[in-house]
Write a protein that binds this ligand. Sequence first.
Ligand SMILES: Cc1ncc(COP(=O)(O)O)c(C=O)c1O
Length: 423
Amino acid sequence: MASEQRSPTALPALGKSAQNVLNQMDALRTEDVRWREGRAFSLAYFAGSEVQTLAEDAYKRCAGDNALNTAAFPSLRRMQSDVLDYASIWLGAKEGSAGYFTSGGTESILMALKASRDQFAQDRGVSRPNVVMPTSAHAAFAKAGAYFGIEIRRTPVKSDWRADVDAMGEAIDENTIMVACSAPHYPQGVIDDVPAVAALAQRFGINCHVDACMGGVSLAYLERLGRKLPAWNFSVPGVTSMSVDLHKFGYTSKGASVIMYADKRTRSFQGFITDDWLGGMYASSGMLGTKSGGPIAAAWAVMNHLGDNGYEALTQRALNATTRLAQHLRQHPSLQLRAEPDALLLSFGAKDPQQLNVFAIADLLWTKGWYVDRQTPPDSLHCTVNAVHDQVIDLFLSDLDWAAETALQSGTTGDVGQYGTMQ
Ligand SMILES: Cc1ncc(COP(=O)(O)O)c(C=O)c1O
């Protein structure tokens, strides 16, 4: 495909008024998905205008503050530490555990693998490390492997989409530093057998990361709402680190996640320190240097505002919508659920992929303002359901039926799309 030619936009010679700039920005944003109205089943989460306004106000207050050096910003040190304490309760972290606030799930995962790489290089002299995980584990693990020179060994999932723990065991060798699994994983929304994966780690004396970027908040509250779940967090012996995203089901502004370690020693391998330059001692905990106070302040404010009761209510609303969607798909004439959802996300495909192309459904839904994720293999659509969907799920289901029927009748093929883009 010929690349699109675009002449560079010049910086205005004369600055424009603030109002003018904001008007221009609003005009640019008219095509964006209306996630505050529940139109996005991916990428964005909405807990209502009050929570959103609080997050934005808190963000605004601290957006220019810099957590690179909390000696100058003790407020950010305190807020980060509070947020880590709150998250550690959700994760069932025990005495002695320690974490860091990061910019997102990807950074949390990158840091977990980097810390393990450096730990095993020091302790056991492993110079060609590998990490074993099922094909369902998030793409961020592959990114960590590419960034940090770690081989990512993918093993198949079973027919229930959960990790094949025997296959993981067979893939482990003397250079394996970690096994990883998810609670739940992104593609089909099911929780891996964390106790079995962690037991493998114990058997081989290696680390075990549980990726709870999606589930770290919602599973904690689903359990409080009475849902019986398999063990998924630090309550499982052998789990050495976990990731949980606050900018997903924590309903705070983007740029907020937590990486938590079972002990301070493993965490100590995450950071970076140098004084080999002319600027003095430089230490940083993660990928970032300058670290905006905005996401930290927004997370702290939203978590304190919502409290346990607020998160429980939001989880109930998201669960209502997930249950409606799953029930609808179970009875659908042309669509099928890939797996019974363990949490608040699911995927579905065509009963007969020769007759019905699911990406055509996604294209049609977008014409009505709905954004769903597209994934392969197999060709599927994916919905991450949050509290806002409780208000719109019936409308979505009727548009989904219309789109499925229209795609079936027309026999068109839609765009396979991408999970993430490079622009
Ligand atoms: C299970 C899981 N892990 C990791 C990530 C990566 O998170 P982020 O996009 O915040 O970097 C996601 C994102 O959806 C996810 O679903």
